[in-house]
Design a protein around this ligand. Structure first.
Ligand SMILES: Cc1ncc(COP(=O)(O)O)c(C=O)c1O
Length: 403
């Protein structure tokens, strides 16, 4: 008798990796359940509860029995609110019918890549990178082509446009641009984005822009959305969502913006995958975008204060090359000096910090491929007092190691 067909997975599944942050989240939970204290700089999830007016809108929807399937692309008032938000902020001219509301930005990434990637296509991913783009690429027979960004100590990360250009071939279908950037907390300069847009226009390549952190932009930093270019419809697949800005990670609400000619086809695919985004979450989404925005502003001020605390502590730590994050809620410092002083690799350093010091950071290689191997990701989406204490513990480890 042949082996169980239930064990005979599509071989592509061997290539799919999960999200390291979720694995470490589980580990931190386990250690805490054993009575250990863990300061977690692991998961990228704001430690704030969703603002009250958003929760109230969802409760009202629930009480009114708004609990059935909705339109796959989202309720009209939400598609309109999203278009208004983008057009007000970025002076774009997005039409509601070009907005597809999804079950989180992750699903928007999935739909965008699924709709365009043919087997053998190449997808250029500046690295370090959020892990999901490569997984979906592989699932549809595409090949992730990682292009390292430049690390400038004291500054952060920059795209290297020349290097990206060198990697473009006749098979290149998409370039991914996540800005503000996870895992580095960097924001890309307008002239670099302009160069990418030029490249996309000249070579007939798509740009998948993931701007889920577009509200996490710190003082003195300029953020330019890829929706700001007038001809965006020719090359842009635009992803954003509610998880980070409104601290709505569990609500599962995001969106994809694509030109109107292709939206109906992508909506058909979405119907087959998840029918519609959660009904009550969508009502919450309308309230979120219509405001008030004060709770969001206060949260972002808090994040900036944490970024500063983290930067001030770690910039004093020997063997750690820190920089002030420009956006999102991450720092991705190089820790090569500290790891080498400990005679360790970064995984060992991460384990030492977790098991001996009770501080969780993520190893940089979780943000494939190789560019992050001497870095760690520190997410400051945890309380300000924990950021202060965790940063002090890391600095003290670095100081005691340096002797
Ligand atoms: C860059 C980036 N894109 C997308 C997501 C997924 O967001 P969502 O919760 O909306 O699926 C995340 C979450 O960590 C992210 O960091």
């Amino acid at each position: 008798m042949p082996g169980s067909p239930a064990l005979n997975l599509n071989p592509v599944m061997d290539e799919i990796m999960g999200e390291t942050a979720f694995a470490y989240l589980e580990l931190a939970r386990k250690l805490r359940s054993q009575g250990r204290r863990v300061i977690s700089f692991g998961i990228g999830q704001p430690d704030f509860v969703t603002p009250e007016h958003i929760r109230e809108a969802a409760k009202k929807a629930l009480d009114e029995g708004f609990t059935g399937y909705t339109e796959t692309a989202g309720i009209p008032e939400l598609r309109e609110a999203i278009a208004d938000y983008l057009n007000t902020r970025y002076k774009s001219d997005v039409k509601p019918e070009e907005v597809i509301v999804t079950t989180g930005a992750k699903t928007a990434i999935f739909l965008a890549l699924a709709a365009y990637i043919r087997p053998g296509d190449e997808v250029i991913i500046p690295e370090p990178s959020y892990y999901a783009y490569a997984q979906v690429t592989k699932l549809f027979g595409g090949r992730p082509v990682y292009v390292p960004m430049d690390f400038e100590p004291g500054y952060g990360f920059k795209l290297n446009i020349d290097r990206i250009e060198e990697k473009v071939t006749s098979k290149t279908r998409i370039i991914v641009v996540n800005n503000p950037h996870n895992p580095t907390g960097s924001i890309f300069l307008k002239d670099q984005l302009e160069a990418l847009v030029d490249l996309a226009r000249e070579r007939g390549i798509l740009i998948a822009a993931d701007e889920i952190y577009d509200n996490f932009v710190y003082s003195g930093v300029e953020f330019t959305s890829l929706l700001s270019w007038e001809d965006w419809r020719d090359y842009l697949l635009y992803v954003n969502g509610f998880s980070k800005t409104f601290s709505m990670t569990g609500w599962r609400l995001g969106y994809l913006v694509v030109r109107r000619e292709v939206a109906p086809k992508i909506i058909e695919l979405a119907t087959s995958v998840y029918s519609c985004p959660p009904s009550i979450a969508q009502k919450g989404g309308v309230a979120a975008l219509r405001g008030p925005w004060e709770p969001v502003k206060r949260m972002i001020e808090t994040f900036e204060e944490r970024a500063r605390i983290l930067y001030e502590e770690l910039s004093k730590a020997p063997g750690i090359e820190a920089y002030m994050p420009q956006g999102a809620f991450y720092m991705f410092p190089r820790v090569k000096g500290l790891a080498e002083a400990l005679n360790a690799d970064v995984d060992t350093l991460v384990n030492k910090l977790l098991y001996e010091k009770g501080v969780l950071v993520l190893p940089g290689k979780a943000f494939p491929d190789k560019a992050g191997r001497w870095h760690v990701r520190i997410s400051f989406a945890t309380s300000t007092s924990e950021v202060r204490e965790g940063a002090r513990i890391i600095r003290e480890l670095a100081e005691s190691t340096a002797g």
